[in-house]
Design a protein around this ligand. Structure first.
Ligand code: NAD
Length: 401
């Protein structure tokens, strides 16, 4: 068994002032891309640096991370770099220790469900990256296990916290659109093949056998974006494509991509909105941002990205006339007005962590839970099935019963 460096309990309580509650968080997979940058550095360490979050009764909730991973050496390096006292490669020991109340998971998708299962069995509060599992059966089972064990769960829904999407939510809530008709989403950028320039995403993303594929990666996001902004997804038609089969991995070795690098999806939503979203790692960007949603409504339209949002109202809509014989001199871009920011938006992962921690401490309901995560996995699974069977798939409502 590897040696752990978990600080003894006695060393941890000495400095706690009466109005401070410290929560210990097991952070598994913290050396990975998401685990390190978004969850450790941008969220938990940022929350630690600001002195935690304030609870409604005035108490401050502070955070104490326990770094968990397979390589003790990597963890030691991270811990030293960021002044973190606790790290271990022994997940079971961490789960058995009541000082760590929350289990957070940023592992590769394939390794997630077995770790979540253990953490639920240990009675930990769960916070996890998406997708929550590889199949909807497994995702739903995890949600049921957590409900039966009475543990609170949270799943990363980061796209909802993007400034652009928060502006979109405000536009929807204000009634700007009238009746929303359709949503067209474009997500993607060029991911290098890895031969003449290293790929900027891990190679497992392109191997189905390792849990890869853009549908499994992105449809869970599209599910919560669509259901929280426009309506629950009722049907999906998707076409998946492996456009580039020859790729080179982190060691420069050639492999054959077995998972789709692009997906073209059409989603029918409750209430009648039609959404069409292209997701692609094989597209060269010709838009303002890496993701953009174009929303058309009877009274107005909007184009929102990660940060920006521009609108065109019914009364400012030009009247184009189709004429292929004449070059069109109209400046269509000029018909759009920028939505002012008006708020200070913080990192979305951090904002969601703060909301989850608040819900954890106050015991309030948390809606972005493992059941919501399971709906995301369900949409991904239905998208893959739609593509392989070449037909539209109905999404049946999931429940814990
Ligand atoms: N919310 C988002 O926007 C977003 C973006 C990208 C990825 N993700 C999700 O985050 C997760 C991690 O993705 P990433 O891009 O950081 O991947 P990554 O490959 O950079 O990191 C994966 C982590 O898992 C660990 N790991 C790998 N195989 C393991 C195994 N068999 N057992 C235990 N640990 C193992 C690695 O050591 C590493 O710490 C994935 O589930 C992915 O779907 C979410």
């Amino acid at each position: 068994m590897s040696e752990t460096t978990i600080a003894p309990a006695s060393a941890r309580t000495e400095s706690a002032a009466p109005a401070v509650r410290e929560v210990g968080i097991i952070m598994n997979g913290v050396s990975g891309r998401m685990g390190y940058r978004q969850h450790l550095v941008r969220s938990i360490l940022a929350i630690r640096e600001q002195g935690g979050i304030e609870l409604p009764d005035g108490t401050r909730l502070t955070v104490r991370p326990l770094l968990v991973g397979r390589s003790e050496a990597k963890l030691a390096e991270l811990a030293a770099k960021h002044g973190i006292e606790d790290y271990t490669s022994d997940l079971d020991a961490a789960l058995a220790d009541p000082r760590w109340e929350i289990y957070a998971d940023f592992l590769v998708t394939k390794a997630r469900s077995s770790a979540l299962r253990k953490a639920i069995a240990a009675g930990k509060t769960i916070y996890t990256e998406k997708p929550t599992a590889e199949t909807v059966e497994e995702a739903l089972e995890l949600a049921r296990l957590a409900a039966d064990a009475g543990v609170k769960t949270g799943v990363v829904h980061d796209k909802l916290y993007l400034p652009g999407l928060q502006k979109l939510k405000r536009l929807i809530d204000s009634g700007f659109f009238g009746r929303i008709l359709s949503v067209r989403g474009e997500f993607g950028y060029w991911v290098f093949e890895g031969d003449w320039q290293p790929a900027q995403r891990p190679s497992w993303n392109y191997r189905a056998e390792d849990g890869g594929g853009i549908i499994v990666d992105m449809f869970p996001h599209w599910n919560y974006v669509l259901e929280n902004l426009f309506g629950k997804v009722e049907t999906v038609y998707a076409h998946a494509a492996v456009h580039i089969a020859d790729r080179w991995d982190e060691r420069g070795e050639h492999y054959t991509a077995t998972a789709e690098d692009a997906a073209y999806g059409v989603f029918e939503l409750a209430g009648g909105v039609v959404a069409q979203i292209n997701s692609s790692w094989t597209v060269r960007v010709n838009r303002d941002e890496l993701v953009e949603f174009h929303v058309d409504g009877t009274h107005g339209s909007a184009v929102v990205g990660l940060f920006g949002a521009k609108i065109q109202s019914r009364n400012a809509t030009p009247k184009p006339v189709w004429n292929p014989d004449l070059a069109d001199a109209h400046d269509y871009d000029a018909d759009w007005a920028e939505v002012p920011t008006n708020d200070v938006f913080q990192n979305g992962f951090k904002q969601q962590w703060e909301e989850f921690l608040l819900s954890f401490a106050t015991g309030s309901e948390y809606e972005f839970d493992l059941l919501s995560g399971a709906r995301g996995v369900q949409l991904a699974e239905a998208g893959l099935r739609s593509s392989s069977e070449g037909r539209k798939i109905e999404i049946v409502p999931l429940s814990l019963d």
